[in-house]
Design a protein around this ligand. Structure first.
Ligand code: PLP
Length: 473
């Protein structure tokens, strides 16, 4: 084991014990403190070794109990690499643009799209609200509505937070051009080029593109389709390196659909607070829950103003109006100034239209219908996928939004499938665009938010056939 670093040597010793069966499945590993004392190595070195074993799929962490040998040692579910997640430079844009360009081709079935069908939105009522809103606008305000943005709209947004139990003052809300601008301004407010930022793995490709453009380094932390972010892995990453921010989606994560249970959100916040690491919370699917109540955002548990909660109307009401916001906590002033220096302001007519619609347009009624439609559509899509996809395929089970995360058996290459499906008029989002490491080559994100599109079922059948063909010996 010459040439190996200390943590690697320790990890190799434990690996040998696990593989030989001397440490049987279910065995508890020594605590970090015990191991550090008995081996005379630092706790950070023990953490690194455990992380490596976890990434190899040999051990697992159990909340508040420690680390245990996994019952059936297997490849880690979501990481393709076997090294600890060091920060790395990002270069995903070429692949992402290749895939996105295909989404825009007219006539293709939009299973790879990031949007639900436009026929699900109240476009006529919005047009009426735009008209009314603009007629009511005092002419002077058309040049005065500078950041943080339209006050009536900010009050409406603050009211929605209050009604769902999260305290946000109108003063900390900055209106932006969609959630994307909210997210990037937030990230810029707390980072400098070269800094390390934590994201989920897999994660929304535009987060990776934002990091690439801002010359930030990425630290990818596993995100399980059922439970969301691996908090033990995050704890280790924060312990081991100087992370300047996290960009995470605790609710209806894109692409896995995962939602963290409330207790784990609280744990996440406590962890970030203990390291003073700000959270850029991407919550664009917040309104699209299937259950009786919305999940509380991580922002709800933020006592220190560290969370920048970003969302928009793009996915639930008004695509194309490009109105989003950030509830920015202690960073509100910095973000307001950055917004003025980049895009000056968000288009006044769009802000007027949304302020008017939220006040009088029947938003709740629209949302109730949209949620019901998407929940029903999820059941249909899951049933069809089970019918058409090969045995061994795993599907996520989202509690909101309109994405299924599909894990085909190893042997299926979804980037290749993307190219073949496109020739047959179908667009899919291959797993590789959701990670800077090009992992998830056997996965895809499937959009089921186009209930009136008759091409959906035949398209699933074709995808199933392509997957089966790839698995044939
Ligand atoms: C997870 C996620 N965040 C942010 C965005 C961007 O939202 P907006 O269109 O409001 O800029 C999207 C859009 O696809 C998304 O899926």
């Amino acid at each position: 084991m010459a040439g190996l670093r200390r943590y690697q040597r320790y990890a190799e010793e434990l690996t040998a014990l696990i593989r030989s069966g001397e440490m049987a499945p279910g065995t508890r590993l020594p605590s970090v403190r015990e191991a550090s004392r008995s081996r005379r190595i630092s706790p950070a070195t023990v953490f690194e070794a455990f992380y490596l074993l976890q990434a190899r799929g040999l051990i697992e962490s159990r909340p508040r109990s420690g680390f245990f040998v996994r019952s059936a040692p297997q490849a880690a579910p979501v990481r393709a690499t076997s090294t600890a997640p060091r920060s790395r430079a990002v270069a995903v844009s070429d692949l992402v643009f290749e895939v996105l360009e295909a989404t825009r081709r007219p006539g293709v079935a939009p299973l790879g799209s990031a949007f639900p069908g436009v026929d699900l939105f109240p476009l006529k009522q919005l047009a009426r609200a735009l008209n009314t809103g603009m007629r009511q606008l005092e002419p002077a305000r058309i040049v005065e509505d500078l950041p943080p943005g339209n006050e009536r709209l900010r009050r409406q947004i603050a009211l929605r937070y209050a009604l769902s139990g999260t305290r946000v003052a109108p003063d900390e809300i900055v209106i932006t051009n969609g959630a994307m601008e909210a997210l990037t301004l937030s990230l810029q407010a707390v980072t400098q080029p070269g800094d390390a930022v934590v994201v989920e793995s897999p994660c929304f490709y535009a987060a990776l593109q934002a990091l690439e453009r801002l010359r930030l380094k990425v630290v990818e932390i596993p995100c399980d389709p059922r439970h969301g972010l691996d908090l033990a892995a995050l704890r280790m990453a924060l312990h081991r390196q100087d992370v300047k921010a996290c960009w995470l989606m605790p609710s209806f994560q894109n692409p896995t659909g995962a939602s963290m249970p409330e207790a784990r959100r609280r744990e996440l916040l406590a962890l970030l607070e203990s390291h003073e690491v700000p959270l850029v919370e991407d919550d664009v699917y917040a309104e699209l829950y299937y259950g009786a109540h919305p999940p509380s955002p991580a922002k709800a548990f933020d006592s220190r103003g560290l969370v920048m909660h970003c969302s928009s109307f793009s996915k639930c009401l008004a695509p194309g109006y490009r109105v989003g916001w950030v509830a920015a906590g202690r960073y509100a002033q910095a973000i307001t100034r950055a917004k003025v220096m980049t895009t000056l302001s968000t288009a006044v007519p769009s802000q007027q239209a949304l302020a008017e619609y939220l006040a009088h347009g029947g938003y709740e009624r629209h949302l109730r219908k949209l949620r019901r439609t998407l929940a029903r559509q999820h059941e249909i899509a899951a049933r069809m996928a089970a019918r058409y996809f090969p045995a061994g395929t795993q599907l996520s089970s989202p509690e909101g939004g309109y994405f299924l995360w599909v894990q085909f058996p190893q042997g299926v290459d979804t980037l290749q499938m993307h190219r073949e499906a496109l020739e047959r008029g179908i667009n899919i989002a291959p797993g590789q665009i959701f990670s800077a490491t090009r992992a998830f080559g056997n996965c895809l994100r499937l959009n089921f938010g186009h209930p009136r599109d008759a091409r959906f079922e035949p398209a699933l059948k074709v995808i199933g056939e392509l997957a089966a063909a790839a698995l044939r010996p």
